[in-house]
Design a protein around this ligand. Structure first.
Ligand code: WQD
Length: 343
């Protein structure tokens, strides 16, 4: 299928990554023309093959580091996008503690460069990938966007909080940008075709890829980090959002920004299901949905984990007309199908 020449172009930094690649699918389905910028430092070129299999066409991709000013300016000049979705960032919480400067440099410089190039090339719409990690352990649940951010638990989380502040202050200073920061909760799942999904490089830190790798026999067993929390079954509670729903939320955010007619704006929006699930319930749901047993042991708490966090999604419903549609079971079935594909 050839690309229609007049579809509005959207720069998708980190577009070969887990959330980025799924958002590329949603963008094309919504009539946009995504332009991927990815240095493949934490993604694989096979994602482009998966996208071709799903979309029946190639997606333009520049193998560029988002901190390369000359290369990024060249892309803005060539492609004349109408908006940017900025996913590209290092995101390993543990690694960020060990190498904070690498995280601050990479995650913040790329955002600063975009905010310099966008006005220069009259690109006004920016969707920024943020995270519920900015809330830390909220006092009240479900957590709303008005909940004060707590000191970040990690340099990674801090780059998200600082990134939000950079955009807020830029807009306040009348830098001509309409921006939305989407605070993701816990992204899981994969495209139902199993052509794209989460590629945990190395030992997974996150729960669902560890479950699927244990179910696939790649890991001998899963350690549940603590069952002595003040929750129904003692394990932590999170808001697991399907990556396809998360991708759709980016398209809705972009459309909302495109409708803005006067002035420039900055807003933050929670993107979650609004439901909290315990670790043990995720395991049980996976076993029920796939018929595959997951060997697990109960281990000590993981330092830095919050006990429970899940989203109030009223604002996303009202302002974006968006709500999560996929169930935990569907997400886990898709994650398993993807795991079986990559083995
Ligand atoms: C979920 C729950 C663990 C692995 C992280 C980032 C956050 C965001 C989402 C980017 C916790 C438990 C996990 C395991 C376990 N990423 N667990 N055994 O920590 O909520 O959030 O990913 O924006 O910024 O911090 O996700 O999947 O690591 O953990 O028991 O082998 O599963 O203790 O309660 P987390 P997670």
């Amino acid at each position: 299928m050839t690309t229609s020449g007049n579809s509005p172009k959207i720069l998708v930094t980190g577009g070969a990554g887990f959330i980025g690649s799924h958002t590329v699918v949603s963008l094309v389905n919504a009539g946009f023309e995504p332009i991927i910028v990815d240095d493949f430092s934490n993604s694989e070129r096979s994602a482009l093959d998966g996208l071709r299999a799903i979309l029946g066409r190639d997606v333009t991709c520049y193998s560029v580091n988002c901190n390369d000013a000359a290369a990024m300016e060249d892309i803005f000049s060539r492609e004349a996008p109408v908006g940017v979705i900025h996913f590209a960032a290092y995101k390993a919480v543990g690694e960020s503690v060990a190498q904070p400067l690498k995280y601050y440099r990479n995650n913040l410089d790329s955002l600063l460069l975009l905010l310099e190039l966008m006005p220069k090339y009259k690109v006004s719409n920016l969707v920024f990938s943020s995270s519920c990690t900015v809330y830390g352990q909220p006092e009240h649940l479900p957590v709303t966007e008005q909940t004060p951010r707590l000191p970040a638990q990690s340099p990674y989380g801090n780059t998200k909080a600082i990134g939000e502040d950079i955009i807020r202050d830029a807009v306040r200073a009348q830098i001509p940008v309409n921006a939305m920061a989407l605070r993701y909760f816990n992204p899981i799942g994969a495209h139902p075709s199993a052509e794209i999904g989460e590629l945990p490089l190395g030992v997974p830190a996150n729960l669902v890829p560890f479950i699927t790798q244990t179910a696939a026999g790649i890991r001998t067993s899963l350690t549940v980090y603590g069952n002595d929390y003040n929750t129904p079954d003692g394990t932590c509670i999170r808001d697991y959002i399907d990556v396809m729903d998360l991708a759709d939320a980016h398209v809705q955010a972009l459309k909302k920004l495109s409708e803005a007619t006067t002035g420039y704006s900055y807003d933050v929006i929670n993107i979650g299901t609004g439901r909290g699930e315990t670790v043990l319930n995720v395991i049980k749901t996976f076993e029920q949905e796939t018929g595959v047993k997951v060997n697990y042991v109960i281990g000590p708490r993981r330092p830095g984990d919050v006990e429970q966090v899940y989203a109030d999604v009223t604002k996303a419903n009202q302002e974006l007309g968006w709500t999560a549609r996929r169930s935990l079971g569907e997400s886990l079935r898709d994650a398993w199908r993807w795991q079986q594909k990559i083995k």
